[in-house]
Design a protein around this ligand. Structure first.
Ligand code: TMP
Length: 210
């Protein structure tokens, strides 16, 4: 039996992590037991890599950054995502391999073909069934993020043009596979975003969990 693999993508401060929690609550209310995870992270090894990657005090070049993201990805896919899907579960993943295409590709300018190859190596070709893109102008997202956290990670600190390139690449990716991607206007409030996300997710749910 295979479950449903849903990924959440977007720029900084798009509110996607809140939406993961809200959609998980809706799923539980419907009798599902969703598995929540995130990237980079989701396993002890990958959370360790996350701490290295997001530490503002640490320098990390573009290729090192890409390879560390992929190392973390391989671990969470092997130990969390694939087993959960094989057990028929709904998996909600806060970021997945499209983040690498958008950030390391669009943002850093690494070759898109190379990154696609690395993604395939890390995931074994596992693609999401649905990807929700929480699209937001970077100025708005970064302002929200600073208000919310009072602190920023290493990637938040990139210049505005970096975040604009990330956003553009996300929108390009979404346009190439509209059957998988749903683009949501993340400037909307959390309640409205939750309704829009649920409207995309609900029709794709498996009839029932095992
Ligand atoms: P977030 O999950 O809290 O948004 O933080 C993760 C950061 O890592 C975010 O700035 C995006 C970045 N990232 C990449 O640059 N490439 C990747 O492949 C992934 C998964 C995340």
């Amino acid at each position: 039996m295979t479950g449903l693999f849903v990924t959440f993508e977007g720029g900084e401060g798009s509110g996607k992590s809140t939406q993961v929690a809200r959609l998980a609550a809706r799923l539980r209310a419907r009798g599902f037991e969703p598995v929540l995870t995130r990237e980079p992270g989701g396993t002890p090894l990958a959370e360790g890599i996350r701490a290295l990657l997001l530490d503002p005090a640490r320098h990390c070049g573009p290729m090192s950054e890409a390879l560390l993201m992929e190392a973390a990805r391989a671990d969470v896919v092997t130990h969390v995502v694939r087993p959960a899907l094989a057990a028929g579960r709904v998996v909600l993943c806060d970021r997945y391999d499209d983040s690498t295409l958008a950030y390391q590709g669009g943002g850093r300018g690494l070759d898109a073909g190379l990154l696609a190859t690395l993604n395939r190596a890390a995931t074994g070709g596992l693609l999401p069934d649905l990807t929700l893109l929480y699209d937001i102008p970077p100025e708005l997202g970064l302002a929200r993020r600073e208000r919310a956290a009072g602190d920023t990670n290493r990637l938040d600190r990139e210049p505005a043009e970096f975040h604009a390139r990330v956003r553009r690449r996300y929108l390009e990716l979404a346009a190439t596979a509209p059957e998988r991607w749903v683009v949501l206007d993340a400037a909307a409030g959390p309640d409205e975003l939750e309704s829009l996300g649920w409207a995309a997710l609900e029709p794709r749910l498996p009839r029932r969990e095992p």
